[in-house]
Design a protein around this ligand. Structure first.
Ligand SMILES: Cc1ncc(C[n+]2csc(CCOP(=O)(O)OP(=O)(O)O)c2C)c(N)n1
Ligand SMILES: [Mg+2]
Length: 694
């Protein structure tokens, strides 16, 4: 006989704390091992993230892309170890770009051991498309919060279109965590203002109020009344004074769930580096490993075995499995059954949802696209675009978008009967009004696209600068977003150099994976859209003219379908065999055609290449590229109302580029064309000079 020592029972409260400390110590160990990273905020926010995930969120780790899952956005992306820990501990499964489930963990313990190393699924910052379960790429502060507004708009729109009595197919919520940095960034203010206006009550931002950023105390540069600011935006503002109080956090989240008509903002007072005796509440906890000795002391303060590394104690994974795992699985099962009966009652709507989720297009989506007859006077790129957009929005039910207050100028307003305007009371509208907020517009378009609706934004091309950081993320995330940029060059002459893009084409062409298209006439606009709409994993920008461009007679010139190859031979000398090649995009295509006619008349064998997209052209075979730009023909003139930067790539070292080397000027277009050399005679002169035929 012996006496049995009774072990302390493992209560749920203890398991909560054990789980939280697992997140903390995994984060600490990963940063320590990588010798880089951000331990302090995961240490502080582990209870918050734990509560959101294990007590609140409807998320099934078995299927991280289930359409009605709640979304979680870590806008302070430097705290990525929070996400890697929780994705690991919940056993979230990986899916691939074709939405297939791969049967392996999204983030393994080995990935966490290899935090920030090549190929690890625990990279420095959350990366959509690289790690399943990441809802959006974050790291550039402010982007996550702004993107979340797009997710919230999408949920409202999806619910309006697809939910039916008894079929709440889309009723998910968006949980967002952000820090001081996110709230200092302008893009967050733009987005919060719009979210308040739209009354997005499906959206909750939790603000990590720790008074610390990299340089030290926020008193250095950030002393505004954040609560008053969000109240002024029309948000419901809550405060939780202790980031370690799970019940109060949970209560605040339940207030969010029951708040109607406005988004929720929770101010959470926290201590960066919580538990570290020497680094808590200091900037030193933000962005560097704690150091071996401090790690030991910190673990001791958590009651953790000091020497253990990457420890996941027994019971922790199971605790997540019985929390978020069980709740998410039940929710997804329920939804799947609901969707099956929905499919019986509403087969067409169900089919739309299927297609949208796979980023497919409905049959016949391009059937009604216009064909523009030859017309010397022509039509502006933006006007051709307007016709196309109105067709597409009718044939693709989930295609929607809008402008940053330039709808009447961009011609992007959807004008057909029933298009509607998205507002708090009319969430089925397809015209979005972003207000004069280009940066958040592009981020919101990302959020819409992440939610699988097909979305576009619009503004003047010059203001692509204001949207670029989010467009860069569209490309990094491989999202099929669209931005329609009009007033592509000097076409609004009198507005002057503040409104005349110069370096913008070069700048956008430099973004890897972004399709930049500058069509040369109305039919090229149609073909540009036809190409862009079929993209599933690439963003595109359309760069369109304000002024009319002649519609080329396609019986004389090559079909506009050549747009799909990025560049194509528009016109050749009789019998082919050119001696000089004129390359142009956009408004300069018809200019090149004029020059071409003059050269032919002068007995010079010229070819015109319309090159709406460098990016698409670069992806053609060498054979095709050589057929358009034969290597033997080195006399080449490129003409484009934009910076000459980069054109050497196509004209070679002996070619000529007629483009911009300075800013523009305020004057009528005609005067600008003359001043900056965008005239047929300048093109012919350059060609003749190259051929030694002056
Ligand atoms: C747009 C942008 N600017 C600068 C940085 C560099 N940066 C990363 S974290 C950080 C400080 C963020 O402070 P806070 O959001 O309060 O985070 P905490 O240290 O409290 O976790 C800065 C400046 C960035 N990631 N993104
Ligand atoms: Mg901070």
């Amino acid at each position: 006989m012996s006496v049995t020592t009774v072990a302390e029972p493992m209560t749920d409260t203890k398991l909560d704390q054990l789980s939280i400390n697992t997140i903390r110590t995994l984060s600490i160990d990963a940063v320590q091992q990588a010798k880089s990273g951000h331990p302090g905020t995961p240490m502080a926010l582990a209870p918050l993230v734990y509560t959101i995930w294990n007590r609140e969120m409807r998320f099934d780790p078995e299927d991280p892309i289930w359409p009605n899952r709640d979304r979680f956005v870590l806008s302070n992306g430097h705290a990525s170890m929070l996400l890697w820990s929780v994705l690991h501990l919940t056993g979230t499964r990986a899916v691939n770009a074709d939405y297939e489930r791969l049967g392996r963990a999204s983030v393994s313990l080995e990935d966490i051991r290899r935090f920030r190393q090549l190929e690890s699924k625990a990279p420095g910052h959350p990366e959509y498309h690289w790690v399943s379960g990441v809802e959006t790429t974050t790291g550039p502060l402010g982007q996550g919060v702004a993107t979340s507004v797009g997710m919230a708009i999408a949920q409202k729109w999806l619910a309006d279109r697809y939910n039916r009595p008894g079929f709440a197919l889309f009723d998910y919520r968006i949980y967002v965590v952000c820090g001081d940095g996110c709230l200092m960034e302008g893009v967050a203010s733009e987005a919060a203002s719009l979210a308040g206006h739209l009354g997005l009550d499906n959206l909750c931002w939790v603000y990590d109020n720790n008074h610390i950023t990299i340089e030290g105390q926020t008193s250095l540069a950030f002393t505004e009344d954040v609560a008053a600011r969000f109240m002024a935006y029309g948000w419901n503002v809550l405060r939780v004074g202790d980031a370690n109080d799970l019940d109060r956090i949970q209560h605040a989240l339940s207030v969010f769930r029951t708040t109607k008509g406005r988004p929720t903002f929770i101010i959470l007072d926290s201590h960066i580096g919580y538990g570290s005796p020497h680094k808590q509440d200091t900037a030193a906890a933000h962005g560097e490993p704690l150091g071996d000795e401090e790690v030991r002391l910190t673990k001791r303060s958590y009651g953790w075995p000091e020497e253990a590394q990457f420890l996941v104690p027994d019971g922790v994974r199971e605790h997540f499995a019985t929390g978020v795992g069980a709740r998410g699985a039940a929710a997804r099962r329920g939804w799947t059954a609901l969707f099956a009966s929905y499919r019986v009652e509403y087969p067409e709507l169900a089919n739309e949802i299927d297609q949208m989720q796979r980023r497919d297009l409905p049959a016949g989506w391009d059937r009604n696209l216009p064909v523009f007859p030859a017309d010397a006077k022509g039509i502006a790129g933006r006007d051709a675009s307007s016709k196309v957009l109105n067709v597409l929005a009718q044939s693709i039910p989930w295609f929607l978008g809008g402008s940053a207050d330039l709808g009447p100028s961009n011609k992007t307003t959807l004008t057909y009967e029933g298009a509607g305007h998205f507002q708090a009371g009319t969430p089925g509208g397809k015209n979005l009004h972003f207000g004069i907020r280009e940066h958040s517009m592009a981020a919101i378009v990302n959020g819409l696209s992440l939610s699988k609706v097909r979305a576009f934004g619009a503004t003047f091309f010059i203001f692509s600068d204001y949207a670029r950081p989010a467009i860069r993320l569209s490309a990094l995330m491989e999202l099929p977003t669209i931005v329609v940029f009009t007033h592509d060059a000097m076409g609004d002459g009198e507005d002057g150099p503040t409104h005349q893009p110069v370096e913008h084409l070069a700048s956008l062409r430099a973004i890897p994976g972004l399709v930049t298209l500058r069509p040369g006439d109305a039919n090229e606009v149609v073909e540009a859209y036809r190409y862009v709409m079929q993209l599933r994993h690439q963003p595109a920008v359309l760069v369109l003219s304000r002024q009319p461009l002649p519609t080329l007679d396609r019986r004389t010139y090559a079909p506009a379908a050549g747009v799909a190859r990025g560049a194509y031979v528009l016109a050749d000398p009789p019998g082919g065999n050119p001696e000089v090649i004129l390359i142009a995009s956009g408004s300069e295509v018809s200019l090149a055609v004029e020059a071409h006619d003059k050269l032919l008349a002068a007995g010079i064998r010229s070819r015109v290449v319309s090159m709406p997209s460098w990016d698409i052209f670069e992806h053609q075979t060498q054979e095709y590229r050589d057929s358009v730009l034969p290597p033997t023909v080195t006399a080449r003139v490129a003409v484009e109302q934009a910076s000459t930067f980069g054109w050497e790539r196509y004209v070679g070292s002996s070619g000529r580029v007629i483009g911009m080397k300075t800013f523009g000027a305020s004057a009528p277009l005609k005067a600008l064309q003359e001043k900056f050399g965008f005239e047929p005679d300048r093109v012919t002169a350059a060609a003749k000079e190259l051929l030694g035929k002056q």
